[in-house]
Design a protein around this ligand. Structure first.
Ligand code: SAH
Length: 455
């Protein structure tokens, strides 16, 4: 039987906001039917216009506030909400931290797990923190623009101040934009799969102040590459690396496989945890260095490392965790899927005169059983997987060698909870309160450290 939704597209409704979704949308209920509303907070009363109706829920936008939340702060710019650059910009920072804590707590509770969650560790200056940007380039009204996509669409909103990024990165993007305009580089068009420039990637070392610029094109050639290169590093002396990356695919994966060095070195350096790191274009590097040091410090402290121990750093990237823990243990083994990142990790070990760490390029779920086969018996395993979490097979082989502790750094609580349940079945339990650390202020992303121990 088909039940008709009690709301209609285009009509307006008065609702009270009862909740905030994990995506930061306010939940209004009309005759038991949810309306998800951007820029609406729990406790608020709003007049909403429904813009889209699905079977079990709908989306609306705010036309008028009847009652505002005490947790609301004035919008810096509504563009940041529209684009999802800062989907929590309307929520005061202390409430953002509580929201993240509550999200983690709720997911553990829903899974039937009794786990303590500590208050989220926040940031003093919760904006202008990102050390990396990946900015789409589009043609709008005949002009090359850089900005960000409107939520759930491919409509680009031109933006010059990105609010959560290092302002020097914003400045770099503008210089690059103007140079691309000057040389009439045609932006990529996803519909026709035509055009040249797809996006601009910028990374800046917080400590080193070195800037890397990646120009990602659909075509093998970047017209006027020498002139463009010269113009960029002339205007921006901090730029130490310019790379042309070719992404031939017609999907929305950001970086392609082919890199061509246009200027400087194929990497930049930065300092983190008192160590020096080389970072290539394709390698992962934590985007919020200030909070990363807090995150790693929590993970290292809770791991209770001892000088005679063997540690594994699965999903090690350029080796930031491996090299930070090397001095506390006998030996560290790191694994990572991206070959460039492992090349960086090996160089990073040398740069920091660390010789008790071994890195290998492989999938963690394939390497773990190999290590087991070769008789490596870790006492502690650090995992820091992408959002999809750990492969079930990784969990099995990790648990099979009976490490004392698993330190799980997670960037998605839903998969963390799923994986904790899998570990539970193999005799591992959460022993210390989970510690959320806010790596992504103004956004809904949630990072946390969880420690599991063997029974
Ligand atoms: N610990 C590092 C990197 C964490 S990000 C740091 O803090 O900087 C997660 C890393 O996992 C990325 O570098 C990504 O390339 C890598 N990765 C993704 N899937 C993987 C897999 N199946 N096996 C090993 N590494 C993987």
């Amino acid at each position: 039987m088909k039940v008709k939704a009690p709301v209609q597209q285009g009509k307006t409704y008065q609702v009270k906001i009862v909740n905030l979704t994990y995506q930061g949308l306010g939940v209004g209920i009309f005759h038991d039917f949810p309306i998800f509303i951007n820029n609406a907070l729990p406790g608020e009363k709003v007049l909403t216009r429904v813009i889209r109706v699905k079977r079990h829920f709908s989306f609306g936008k705010v036309l008028k506030f009847y009652k505002k939340s005490p947790d609301r702060v004035q919008l810096v710019d509504k563009k940041y909400l529209q684009t999802g650059i800062a989907p929590l910009e309307h929520l005061k920072y202390s409430a953002q931290l509580k929201f993240k804590h509550d999200q983690v707590a709720e997911l553990f509770k829903k899974a039937g797990l009794k786990v303590q969650i500590k208050p989220t560790i926040g940031m003093k200056k919760p904006y202008q923190y990102r050390n990396k940007a990946q900015i789409p380039v589009k043609l709008i009204k005949g002009r090359l623009e850089t900005g960000f996509y409107r939520r759930h669409s491919h409509y680009l909103v031109p933006i010059t101040d990105f609010y959560i990024q290092d302002p020097k990165i914003d400045q770099t993007i503008l210089v690059v934009r103007n140079v691309l305009r000057k040389y009439h580089i045609v932006p990529y068009n996803e519909r026709t799969h035509r055009g040249v420039i797809r996006n601009v990637m910028v990374r800046r070392g917080r400590s080193s102040h070195q800037i890397m610029v990646g120009l990602v094109t659909r075509t093998k050639q970047l017209p006027h590459a020498p002139e463009i290169t010269k113009a960029i590093h002339h205007k921006l002396p901090e730029v130490k690396s310019i790379i042309h990356n070719v992404n031939l695919r017609d999907n929305n994966v950001l970086l392609g496989r082919q890199n061509r060095l246009l200027y400087g070195k194929p990497y930049i350096d930065d300092q983190l945890m008192g160590l020096t790191f080389r970072i290539s274009l394709n390698a992962f590097y934590q985007v919020n260095p200030v909070q990363t040091e807090k995150l790693y410090s929590v993970a290292i402290k809770e791991a209770q490392l001892k000088p005679n121990q063997i540690a594994i750093d699965a999903y090690c990237g350029i080796g930031t965790i491996s090299l930070s823990i090397a001095k506390y243990v006998k030996r560290v083994y790191g694994v990572e899927i991206v070959p460039q990142a492992i090349r960086d990790a090996k160089v990073n070990a040398k740069l920091n005169h660390i010789d008790n760490v071994k890195f290998v390029a492989n999938r963690a779920e394939d390497q773990m059983p190999l290590w087991v086969k070769h008789g490596i018996r870790p006492d502690v395993i650090f995992v820091d997987p992408p959002r999809k979490g750990l492969a079930a097979s990784f969990i099995k082989s990790a648990a099979s060698v009976k490490p004392k502790r698993i330190v799980y750094i997670s960037c998605k609580p839903a998969t963390l909870v799923r994986d904790v349940r899998r570990f539970n079945k193999l005799g591992y339990h959460v022993v210390q309160p989970v510690q959320p650390v806010d790596q992504f202020p103004q956004t809904v992303q949630i990072e946390s450290v969880t420690v599991l121990e063997r029974e």
